[in-house]
Design a protein around this ligand. Structure first.
Ligand code: GUN
Length: 292
């Protein structure tokens, strides 16, 4: 059994990004910048945002967090996004989700310039992902694919993958990425009948439902690879995933832990997407046109 060390893979990615940023700035180019917008004080969001800031600083990427009050109106938020879209020193814009109930999430995500949408949540980027065009790919799914690559799972021809969860952030995009690598993909969710049997047939299980330790050993085929996207608290308040790690670990070929699995990969991919956006923006300016 192999533990897929997301923390280590993420560190390798970040080391590479750091070197690239040094090369760019040594050539006299500007520093890439990620702007995070945080509305309100959701405790999980505050933790995510702090981790993003630290990660940017560690690789020499500029970062700014715009902190807005819970009562901020949709119009005010849209105005801020217009300003960030127009700011040529900003490469990536991330609006932390969830947003307060009075703000329509889709309206906000659709307003972000698709070239600065480092989350990959804009309809243009979602559409490109669907047809296999190069684009900003959502960070968690992108990180999961890197984890699979790290154990030699590049081409997934002949493999059956089951994605448990159908969110726009993880379930739907990871299904597309697995399909693009030739896996035979099933998306299971809360209304799926016989979900355990479906998982038992999987060579790859992606668990992204947000239910503590839902997936037990009897759901898993001997030698399957399991990626756990869940970040939950167990009955003792301890961080845990959607997979019962202790129960399944002897049965699997490889598994990602929580914490130290998908979480660090998500942040590394956010930084990578931001650096790619920067490169595209710089190229656009060099070619005498603006990309925004
Ligand atoms: N909230 C939880 N995960 C994410 C994410 O990947 N991006 C954004 N913007 N908000 C989130």
């Amino acid at each position: 059994m192999q533990i897929i060390d997301g923390k280590q893979i993420a560190q390798n990615v970040k080391d590479g990004l750091r070197k690239q940023i040094i090369e760019f700035t040594e050539k006299g180019m500007r520093i890439p910048q990620l702007v995070v917008v945080l509305v309100g004080e959701n405790p999980a969001s505050l933790t995510y945002v702090r981790n993003k800031e630290k990660a940017c600083e560690a690789i020499g990427m500029a970062t700014k967090t715009v902190r807005l009050a819970e009562e901020t109106t949709q119009e005010e938020l849209l105005k801020l996004i217009d300003e960030l879209n127009a700011d040529t020193a900003v490469d990536g814009i991330l609006v932390q989700l969830p947003l307060p109930d009075h703000i329509e999430e889709r309206k906000i995500l659709n307003a972000i310039d698709s070239s600065k949408d480092v989350d990959g949540f804009h309809p243009m980027n979602i559409g490109k992902l669907l047809i296999g065009e190069q684009t900003n790919i959502p960070c968690t799914p992108k990180g999961i694919m890197r984890m699979l690559e790290s154990i030699g799972y590049q081409d997934l021809s002949g493999k059956r993958a089951v994605v448990v969860g159908r969110s726009n952030i993880v379930g739907k995009p990871i299904a597309q990425l697995l399909l693009a690598k030739n896996a035979t993909v099933t998306i299971a969710h809360s209304r799926t009948a016989h979900i355990e049997q479906i998982c038992q047939e999987a060579d790859i299980v992606i668990a992204a439902v947000g239910v503590s330790k839902l997936i037990k050993a009897n759901w898993i085929k001997e030698g399957a690879v399991v990626i756990d996207v869940g970040i939950n608290r167990d009955e003792n308040g301890k961080l845990c995933g959607d997979v019962d790690f202790e129960d399944v670990k002897e049965k699997v070929k490889a598994i990602s832990p929580v914490p130290g699995g998908v979480g660090p990969m998500t942040i590394a991919m956010l930084l990578e997407n931001t650096l790619h956006a920067y490169i595209e923006h710089e190229r656009g300016i060099e070619n005498g046109r603006t990309t925004i």
